[in-house]
Design a protein around this ligand. Structure first.
Ligand code: RP5
Length: 163
């Protein structure tokens, strides 16, 4: 396996529609990353192996997305001290509120940084990973500042329809 800065994992390939938004941001910032399906309940041994190897492989953050009883981020966090950023994927019946509660309600001692349900959460998890890496990378910090400035410009140029 090649060395990557960030791991993007998810419980199913059905999570990709959401998680691709994390991958796109990482790509935009030139972060090296890998994407994997690591299902907590269908491949628990693989999940533990991935988490246990993460630090030694040089991963600086793991973005983990899952839906429903979304135990993947918390279980990965239980097996590594690499920061885990959890993305609640929208579920069919409860629209991702179940995923959000599953990820955000970690008991004291094992944190998972939890983001919004869906695409915005996936993108923001990646931006958070960028910010983590930017704390020791001046070039990346400049890119992040430029990204923010571009957003500001877009907002400043927003117009509203006449009443
Ligand atoms: C979770 O169950 C996955 O993270 C996914 O969000 C959800 C449904 O998985 P599939 O039935 O689509 O494979 O484990």
């Amino acid at each position: 396996m090649t060395q990557c800065q960030v791991g993007v994992v998810m419980g199913s390939n059905s999570d990709w529609d959401t998680m691709q938004h994390a991958a796109q941001i990482l790509q935009e910032f030139g972060i090296t990353f890998e994407t994997r399906v690591v299902s907590a309940h269908r491949m628990p041994d693989d999940m533990f192996a991935y988490a246990e190897a993460a630090q030694g492989r040089g991963l600086r953050a793991i973005i983990a997305g899952a839906g429903g009883a979304a135990h993947l981020p918390g279980m990965i966090a239980a097996k590594t001290i690499v920061p885990v950023l959890g993305v609640p994927v929208a579920s069919k019946h409860l629209q991702g509120v179940d995923s959000l509660h599953s990820i955000v309600q970690m008991p004291k001692g094992i944190p998972v940084a939890t983001f919004a349900i869906g695409n915005a959460g996936a993108a923001n998890a990646a931006l958070f990973a960028v910010a983590l890496l930017a704390s020791t990378d001046a070039v990346l910090a400049e890119k992040l500042q430029a990204f923010r400035a571009a957003q500001t410009e877009v907002a400043r140029n927003m117009t509203l329809p006449p009443v």
